[in-house]
Design a protein around this ligand. Structure first.
Ligand code: SF4
Length: 463
């Protein structure tokens, strides 16, 4: 009896891409495909791509180059490019990499199994008559509602799940390709999200992360009454849910009702990803971010007045066209002032098709690298000081699994901080444990287990 066809999928880019990967995998598994341990064992190799950073695209081009040689040897192999690069580059992608069989944009993920089946059938025909040139191309405008529904059983961790609450973005940020690859904002109704989360909880999930490109703009395409704060309240009523996080927020939509929800709902996670991007008004205007530094700081102050325990995370871009030393100094100043718990710093790279790509990329690479290193050093100092301040405190840790260091386990606090602690017979992934922090280790913490009897075990666990 012949074995089921096997696929191998690699995701590049953000959490939204990883959730898309779950959707794609769930469709393939439902259609009878098996997951392969590696590319080499797969009949179908899929790359789920991201166009937001040049680096992510470069990795995909290089991987496709490697797959070309294998495709020559195995013409029946299906090579597929999914996601934002597929949407953005379509024909160019097929012209540069003619061995690619399948190009599927995010709007067509709903029937990915059918598209993969078509590509396999075409390859079988091609192998028979030796002809080249048949590709399956499925890209479209916007995002279909079906595309954001996925099988809740397919997820990387038993206790944790990502839940897409909206897709697309209506913001005009000058450097960003997302609005053209992901389309306009489409939110899922509150009852649909609640029902999905309830099903996840029935299947053992206790922590969810709500995903959206601008997640705190959630609902504005539906009605004035539908907001992220309302959604958080509705989800908070699900008893089995212990943690609710959400990413990524835009400073413009950090509304008073959302601040209240963060302050008042104890099971909403204690961190907020609120990308500032720059500390210079001139740069923020050029980036079309829609706020000033003063406005950003005033939102942070409002938040901290109501919910001082929230850890703030940010993104920064260095070397945006026209960024001067003074602009950069202003960014350092903002970082020093807010003291983020974590920041991702990116060196600007122009993305074809964006507004900023029409401007000269005039900050030299070595200057970008220097600014990148300086910001990372400042952030590092804040991380170390934060971690040091936690030594001696007791944190509730959601156990994620065994650490890479022998004999230790790893989990996260409600502030999303990584904690390692010595193993114990009673520790299982998915349980919540009290851990006393004993040492600050760079980007993580070391701790000791307290009273294991207080562990909250995941549903069905018997450890
Ligand atoms: S808010 Fe700006 S940076 Fe974020 S996805 Fe939308 S356009 Fe891109």
């Amino acid at each position: 009896m012949s074995r089921p066809p096997r696929y191998h999928l690699t995701s590049y880019g953000c959490q939204m891409n990883k959730l898309d990967a779950e959707l794609v995998e769930s469709r393939l598994v439902a259609a009878g495909y098996e997951s392969a341990a590696s590319d080499a064992d797969a009949d179908v190799v899929l790359l789920n791509t991201c166009s937001v950073r040049q680096h992510a695209e470069d990795r995909v081009w290089s991987r496709l180059g490697v797959l070309r040689a294998r495709k020559r040897r195995e013409p029946g192999l299906v090579v597929g490019v999914l996601g934002c690069m597929a949407q953005e580059h379509q024909r160019y992608l097929l012209a540069r990499m003619p061995h690619v069989d399948l190009v599927v944009g995010p709007s067509a993920f709903g029937d990915i199994d059918v598209k993969v089946g078509e590509a396999r059938a075409r390859n079988a025909e091609k192998s028979g008559d030796g002809k080249q040139g048949a590709h399956v191309l499925a890209v479209g405008e916007g995002v279909s509602g079906d595309a954001i529904v996925r099988d809740p059983r397919v997820r990387p961790h038993r206790s944790q799940a990502w839940v897409s609450v909206m897709r697309g973005c209506n913001m005009p940020c000058s450097y960003c390709i997302v609005p053209s690859t992901r389309g306009q904002e489409i939110s899922r109704p509150i009852d649909v999200v609640v029902e999905e989360v309830q099903r996840l909880c029935d299947d053992g999930v206790t922590e969810i992360t709500l995903l959206g490109q601008t997640v705190n703009a959630y609902g504005r395409d539906l009605s004035r009454d539908v907001t992220l704060a309302r959604l958080l309240h509705a989800l908070h009523a699900i008893p089995a849910l212990r943690r609710i996080a959400f990413i990524t927020s835009h400073p413009n939509f950090l509304s008073p009702d959302l601040i209240d929800a963060l302050a008042d709902l104890p099971r909403v996670a204690r961190f907020l990803h609120l990308p500032a991007q720059s500390g210079s008004d001139r740069m923020l205007k050029a980036m079309r971010r829609g706020y000033t530094v003063a406005r950003y700081l005033s939102r942070v102050e409002q938040l901290r007045a109501r919910a001082p325990q929230i850890a703030l995370h940010s993104d920064f871009i260095v070397g945006y066209p026209g960024e001067t030393e003074a602009d950069f100094e202003a960014t350092v100043e903002l970082m020093e002032r807010v003291r983020f718990a974590q920041s991702y710093v990116f060196k600007y790279s122009p993305r074809p098709g964006t507004l900023s790509a029409e401007q000269a990329d005039d900050v030299p690479e070595d200057k970008k690298a220097e600014r990148n290193a300086i910001l990372l050093q400042v952030q590092e100092r804040h991380i170390q000081a934060d971690a040091q301040a936690l030594v001696g405190t007791v944190q509730e840790v959601l156990v994620e699994g065994e650490s890479k260091v022998d004999g230790r386990w790893t989990g996260r606090t409600v502030h999303h901080r990584l904690v390692h602690f010595p193993s114990s017979d009673r520790v299982v992934a998915g349980c919540y444990l009290p851990v006393r922090v004993t040492q600050a280790l760079g980007h993580s913490l070391l701790g000791e287990l307290l009273a294991e009897d207080h562990a909250v075990l995941p549903a069905g666990a018997t450890a």
